[in-house]
Design a binder for this molecule. Structure first.
Ligand code: PRT
Ligand code: ZN
Length: 284
């Protein structure tokens, strides 16, 4: 029995979804032109679909799991489980208005006509904020709506912001922050749950690796104690003697967020020749 995963056929999430499987050591026959394919070395069947259809397929159990933007899942509101946040496809769903229009606060949206492909998320947001506006649902090219007189404002996905800029719009409110997530059907059998757990374990080791760096440095022996306190490592740092007397090489793992702070402390405590190397996989 194979686990069936649905990923986007062609779009912003396709490449990274396939890369994720590849980084998990799963060898997928490159079949983007097909509707489905199989992995050679893992019990996985891959369906290539439009992102909008993925939540429904997973709810129905036609696919066991899927990768979609959180924005799509929330808009479709299907009964599935979110099993992992994947850290790519990051964007925000934002409200934007023509840049020459004045904007003080959210009350300024009252009475406006807002074009969007995300009417469910938007109407919930407006209700919560106590704003009464007219939602005009359109499926594509939302950003041109104000320019052609179709709407006063838009609610659309933004990543760099350049689409808003080229259409003379400014972002005024963030409705939602989103990234690609893995969703699963609610009634996975035991065997498929085991395959999913195997996959999630591999994803976790990639994520941990991405958040950590391997660090090597040289230190005078009389500074080792201070340096080891700065470097927690996975258990504790590894210390190896250098051929030069009185010096050691220290190896450890540091978290990306604390990285620069740690480097500065290490330097001021006498560390030299600091090398920092990416980690490919990390099993905790
Ligand atoms: O054909 P299919 O229906 O499968 O694809 P699609 O066209 O509906 O989706 P696609 O491929 O555009 O996006 C898939 C998912 O990628 C979205 O659901 C989001 O979760 C995520 N994502 C991340 C984005 C963006 N960033 C993004 N910038 N999706 C869309 N955009 C668009 C946005 O709509 C706007 O037109 O890019 C433009 C803005 O980009 P910036 O960089 O100019 O701000
Ligand atoms: Zn779509």
């Amino acid at each position: 029995m194979k686990l069936k995963i649905a990923i986007q056929k062609s779009g912003r999430l396709s490449e990274e979804s396939l890369r994720l499987l590849k980084d998990c050591g799963i060898d997928v026959n490159n079949g983007l032109s097909k509707l489905k394919t199989e992995a050679n070395n893992f019990p996985l069947e891959i369906f290539f679909l439009r992102d909008d259809d993925i939540p429904q397929y997973v709810e129905d159990g036609v696919a066991d799991i899927g990768i979609v933007g959180e924005n799509v899942l929330l808009e479709k509101n299907k009964k599935v489980k979110t099993v992992n946040k994947l850290g790519f496809g990051k964007c925000r769903l934002s409200l934007a208005i023509p840049k020459e229009k004045k904007y003080k606060n959210i009350k300024d949206l009252n009475g406006l006509k807002i074009a969007t492909s995300y009417s469910n998320i938007l109407s919930k947001f407006l209700k919560k904020q106590n704003v009464k506006a007219e939602i005009h649902e359109i499926s594509g090219s939302v950003e041109i709506a104000p320019g052609i007189g179709l709407a006063d404002a838009i609610c659309d996905l933004v990543s760099s912001g350049s689409t808003l800029l080229t259409n003379g719009l400014k972002e005024v409110e963030v409705v939602l922050r989103s990234e690609a997530i893995m969703i699963a059907t609610k009634n996975l059998n035991k065997h498929k749950t085991e395959i999913l757990e195997k996959l999630l374990f591999r994803i976790q080791s990639l994520k941990s690796a991405r958040h950590n760096k391997y660090i090597l440095l040289n230190a005078p022996n009389n500074k080792l104690e201070a340096i080891c306190k700065i470097l927690p490592g996975m258990k504790s740092p590894t210390i190896l003697p250098l051929s030069v007397k009185g010096w050691s090489s220290v190896h450890s793992v540091v978290e990306e967020d604390q990285f620069w702070e740690i480097i500065e402390k290490l330097k001021s405590n006498g560390a030299q020749g600091i090398l920092v190397v990416p980690i490919e996989k990390m099993i905790l």
